[in-house]
Design a protein around this ligand. Structure first.
Ligand SMILES: NC(=O)c1ccc[n+]([C@@H]2O[C@H](COP(=O)([O-])OP(=O)(O)OC[C@H]3O[C@@H](n4cnc5c(N)ncnc54)[C@H](OP(=O)(O)O)[C@@H]3O)[C@@H](O)[C@H]2O)c1
Length: 294
């Protein structure tokens, strides 16, 4: 499937990877708009087969497939400024923000475009070529403004080599919170562990935990919460007490995150029908903390 001209709005990490992946499906060189000329030039150099739009309005005027990849908070105002320029040949326009569904694109839909949200459940850190490879096989969450939009979104995901799942408009924020929790908070969690190991004098914290963390991650992806092991599951209250004392003494900045994760683990144990040791609950103040929560 090819398009007359594919447009990209944005010049950041996702815009570059998407541009690189989609350029070969565009009969004319891809048309890219970025608010900063320098960043737009860099993005065009990464993509190769692309030219710069002088104004964001040029993209909906000329393109029949448009990806909007800007900061979440900039999306609404950009959509409003693009709407009056929708061409007669009703383009398919999607954004890649996790947080929003298709409703944020309503000004474009009302002006004649077909609209959807297509969120890649993948992390983009600036290595566009690698990220194009990673998108192949990744999942993309689609929220379409119509059945036709869902179908068009599926075609775009096919072009990227990905797989689709649909998320309802009202659940987009929760969906995105889940992904941030899994991917972003995981990075913070591991950084906390590296910090503690550093303070404990370990030579190479990352190497030390790598086999353990990989095994725990693999087990958890297959078995869910049954993959849990450790002192909270066993009810070893004295061990946890020593952890808390050591953290307070040697690495106090990690005490609160440790307590929060331990409390979350206890709450999940209870939810799955395992009644955690009462000494552990008292030690972590888990009961007081859970009060008032459903
Ligand atoms: N990074 C990820 O892992 C990831 C994964 C999935 C989806 N996403 C989504 O992809 C979208 C882009 O994220 P990113 O990671 O590519 O961010 P990024 O690298 O920071 O790029 C953000 C882009 O938005 C532009 N921008 C910011 N404010 C603007 C404004 N007021 N008007 C016009 N343009 C503006 C920036 O322009 P300047 O270059 O001039 O600052 C830049 O081109 C977001 O919706 C994000 O949720 C990101």
């Amino acid at each position: 499937m090819t398009y007359r001209q594919i447009g990209i709005v944005g010049s950041g990490r996702v815009a570059r990877a998407l541009g690189l992946a989609l350029a070969r499906f565009s009969d004319k060189p891809l048309l890219l708009w970025g608010r900063s000329d320098d960043r737009a030039r860099e993005a065009i150099a990464t993509i190769g087969r692309a030219t710069a739009a002088s104004d964001v309005a040029e993209v909906p005027e000329r393109c029949d497939l448009i990806a909007i990849a800007v900061s979440d908070d900039a999306l609404g105002s950009l959509v409003t400024s693009m709407a009056p320029s929708i061409g007669a040949a009703s383009p398919f326009i999607f954004h890649v923000s996790g947080r929003s569904g298709a409703a944020i694109l309503d000004p474009l839909r009302e002006a004649g475009a077909t609209t959807a949200a297509i969120h890649p459940a993948m992390t983009f850190t600036g290595d566009a070529a690698r990220e194009v490879e990673r998108m192949a096989g990744a999942w993309f969450a689609i929220t379409g403004s119509s059945d036709e939009a869902v179908k068009r979104a599926g075609e775009v995901v096919d072009m990227l080599g990905g797989r689709t799942t649909q998320i309802a408009e009202r659940h987009r924020a929760l969906y995105h919170a889940a992904l941030c929790h899994a991917a972003n908070h995981l990075v913070t969690l591991l950084d906390g562990a590296f910090d503690m190991l550093d303070m404990a004098g370990a030579d190479n914290p990352r190497e030390l935990v790598a086999p353990l963390v990989r095994a725990a991650l693999e087990n958890s992806l297959v078995e869910g919460f049954s993959a849990l092991s450790g002192p909270l599951l066993r009810g070893d209250a004295r061990t946890v007490q020593e952890h808390l004392r050591a953290l307070e003494r040697e690495c106090p900045r990690q005490l609160e995150p440790y307590q929060d994760m331990a409390r979350a683990t206890i709450a999940t144990l209870r939810r799955t029908g395992v009644e955690p040791d009462t000494r552990l609950r008292a030690l972590l103040g888990a009961d007081a903390h859970a009060k008032g929560r459903p």
